[in-house]
Design a binder for this molecule. Structure first.
Ligand code: MOS
Length: 742
């Protein structure tokens, strides 16, 4: 008789489990960075520069300092020494020193020039208004047009990717081809707007500082602080148990973190600093503005002859960010002649930063419209056109695909969405005064595995604790890692506790690049393997163990029991005698090696139906479907939520999100959620995401791949193509707002 219950035997991986942390979040018991109740904190408020470029000519802080309740006014005059910022191209830029209020020079509009620390947030904010500053302005470059003379080729694009790639003779082939397409697409700046704005709470104890902050990658924040303050990394601890959304802006240490740490040390009191929503627009990175030119040639049968993608994007003059917009097409369609190029236009703004699917998101937004345009020019259905140009092997690297589910995604999506009901001739379908259109697009995103470690501890009562510095940015990490641990150890899931987001735990690559669960899950699996070996060895060897002397080769951990050959005992029975104090093991995952030998990606196909009001131009999304091939799905519920979130970002990029830079002053014009529009519940009526059954054994032990950034990839193009199908007008500047439609 075994005591094993059904639920204990079931496999948790692959189940649509609810989030373990859900109840804490919805009941307000999950504490975010600014809410952490430690010490008696003071409150810091940053004051930003009101010019785009120049220097502080006169500064008076006397009135601010004299304000009752103010403890510190930190400016470049009294800020502690910090490491220099360094050259624009320092790599890797994630760990570079990021000094704050360190010089009278102003490099971008709203760059912090002072930090006021006071008894309350309100006092600090009021005192910032008492600071008198006169600036001497210098001429800055605040528009892409003004930067054209300074356009340059970076040494490499982001993530160490090559700046250019060329195969064959794309220009010659283009010139000689029977069917040609040559268009340029632009998109506006996009800004980060997570629910939880950036915040930090710094507490010093001797030479040790603890920072509660909203971080995707605690280890990178720790390194950034250590490098900026020139203190040993082991003196810095970063804690981020809950994060209210992280989409790239929380990968590195920004001004709120550095300034809180500096002020807390100067005052010997805990200090909290948060960026306001408005301050986030200039101080938390943004997606650059792009001009992307596609020159594509085909034969009359719809086979591509030549494919060139030229990406020009804005960057900061003081820090390079070369978003890799043209890299997606290096693996996308077959064409014998091909080229991709990245160029940068330096402006006097803060640099762009990673923003959900950096590279692929803007690249596919434009490119999947170009493919749609050329398909129409050829008179071929856009799905059929893509299928005709489906590569057998990676078209730029001489390697096979690990998996390639694109065609299947398009076919499955077409069938589910009712693609055959689409009328190819644009502006053909009307319902009342509404023009109706359907569009589709394809998606591709590289699969990455980041290095990391994970610790597991089994206690004598059979509970398992999992520790790693990985974060849950709302994606379901707590839940997915618990599922993996429960399956690995053969335990019920409620016997597993997952602790995340603390740099005292083993280091991981954190939440970024879509590598989170695929990488840390593999490290956890490895840790469990080592732990099981320890338990098995002890259980066999110790004479008081119920499994003493068991000599079958394999041990099976299932239903809270360990079985070796025909002998079996409860895990707790074994542990009580062989390890009353418990056992622990640390596992690891290496950087993904298969990427060298395989072209390894996730794929998808998006379908959208829109209505366009014939009188007002208002575009409404009526239906949207994404079908994805992304390896094994570890938790279909969290995966679906995450990927739908990404698709909604695509809706924002296509229709709403519009950062504007004032070409006179260099300030971002729209710096709150009233002016910077993102899709809200009322904009998203009917949306669904479906995953195909897939397993990629080149990725990790689970056959899973990263999905975090796949949802946005290509999503916006499906809407843009639907708008064209509805109206007959091709709008090549994103977002597609009302005035462009009319
Ligand atoms: Mo991502 S843009 O690496 O958070």
């Amino acid at each position: 008789m075994t005591q094993t219950s059904q639920s204990q035997n079931r496999s948790f991986i692959g189940q649509p489990m609810n989030r373990i942390d859900g109840p804490l979040k919805v009941s307000g018991r999950a504490t975010y960075a600014y809410e952490q109740p430690h010490g008696e904190p003071l409150y810091g408020v940053l004051l930003g520069a009101s010019i785009g470029k120049g220097r502080i000519a006169r500064l008076s802080v006397a009135a601010a300092e004299a304000t009752p309740g103010v403890h510190l006014v930190m400016t470049h005059r009294n800020a502690p020494a910090q490491a220099p910022f360094g050259e624009p191209t320092v790599r890797p830029g994630v760990q570079r020193p990021r000094p704050v209020v360190f010089q009278p020079e102003v490099r971008y509009f709203d760059e912090p020039v002072a930090l006021v620390v006071a008894e309350s947030f309100e006092i600090a904010r009021a005192a910032t208004e008492q600071i008198e500053i006169e600036y001497r302005e210098a001429g800055g470059t605040f528009s892409l047009d003004d930067a054209r003379e300074a356009i340059y080729a970076p040494a490499m694009a982001n993530a160490g990717l090559a700046t250019d790639s060329v195969l064959g003779d794309p220009d010659g082939a283009f010139a000689a081809a029977p069917v040609k397409f040559d268009q340029t697409y632009t998109n506006a700046f996009e800004h980060h707007a997570p629910m939880e704005p950036h915040a930090a709470h710094a507490i010093w104890d001797g030479d040790q500082v603890t920072i509660y902050t909203s971080a995707q990658t605690p280890a990178q924040i720790k390194d950034g602080v250590s490098n900026t303050l020139q203190i040993p990394p082991e003196n810095v601890r970063v804690i981020s148990p809950f994060i209210g959304g992280g989409f790239g802006s929380k990968l590195i240490a920004h001004a709120e973190i550095i300034s809180a740490v500096l002020a807390a040390r100067m005052l010997n009191r805990p200090v909290k600093v948060a960026l306001t929503r408005q301050q986030m627009f200039a101080n938390a990175g943004h997606r650059p503005m792009f001009e992307q030119r596609f020159r594509i040639a085909a034969d009359t049968g719809g086979r591509l002859i030549s494919f060139s993608h030229d990406s020009l994007c804005t960057t900061s003059r003081f820090e390079e960010f070369a978003e890799q917009a043209a890299t997606a097409y290096r693996s996308m369609y077959e064409a014998p002649n091909r080229a991709t190029r990245h160029r940068l236009a330096p402006l006097d703004i803060n640099r762009g930063e990673w923003m959900r699917a950096p590279g692929e998101a803007p690249g596919l937004l434009a490119g999947e419209c170009a493919i749609d345009e050329l398909a129409e020019q050829l008179g071929i259905d856009p799905i059929e056109f893509r299928i005709r140009n489906e590569p057998e092997r990676d078209p730029e690297r001489d390697v096979p695909f690990s998996t390639r589910g694109l065609v299947q995604c398009m076919r499955e999506g077409a069938q589910r969405f009712g693609w055959n009901r689409r009328v190819a001739k644009p502006a053909s379908v009307m319902e009342g005064r509404k023009l109706i259109g359907i569009g589709m697009s394809a998606a591709i995103r590289p699969n990455l595995i980041g290095p990391g470690a994970c610790r597991v501890m089994i206690h004598a009562d059979g509970r398992l604790t999992v520790e790693l510095d990985m974060t849950d940015i709302g994606t379901g990490t707590y839940t997915i890692l618990a599922q993996i641990a429960a399956d690995s150890m053969g335990l019920p899931i409620d016997r597993v506790g997952v602790a995340l987001g603390d740099t005292r735990f083993p280091k991981t690559s954190g939440s970024g690049g879509s590598w989170g669960s695929g990488s840390t899950g593999a490290a956890l699996h490895d840790a469990c393997r080592l732990l099981k070996e320890q338990i098995t060895t002890a259980a066999r060897a110790m004479s008081n163990s119920p499994l003493f002397g068991a000599n079958a080769e394999n041990a099976l951990f299932s239903g809270s029991r360990v079985t070796i050959g025909d002998r079996s005992a409860a895990l707790t029975e074994i542990l009580t005698v062989v390890a009353p104090k418990g056992l622990s093991a640390e596992g690891k995952v290496e950087r993904g090696q298969a990427l060298k030998d395989f072209s390894q990606h996730t794929y998808g196909a998006h379908f959208a139906e829109v209505s366009v009001d014939a009188d007002t131009g208002e575009i409404r999304l009526r239906r949207m479907l994404g079908v994805f091939a992304a390896g094994r799905i570890l938790n279909p519920k969290t995966a679906r939520s995450q990927i739908i979130g990404g698709m909604i970002w695509g809706v924002g990029a296509a229709l709403m999100e519009e950062g504007g830079l004032d070409p006179r002053y260099g300030n971002f014009l729209y710096s709150d959620l009233a002016n910077y529009h993102v899709p809200v519940q009322a904009d998203i009526q009917d949306i669904d995401a479906v995953f195909l059954d897939e397993y990629d054994d080149k990725s990790n032990v689970f056959g899973s791949k990263g999905i975090g950034e796949l949802g946005i990839c290509g999503a916006g193009a499906a809407l843009a193509n639907a708008v064209y199908n509805a109206t007959g007008s091709r709008i090549r500047s994103f977002p597609i707002t009302v005035e462009k439609v009319l």
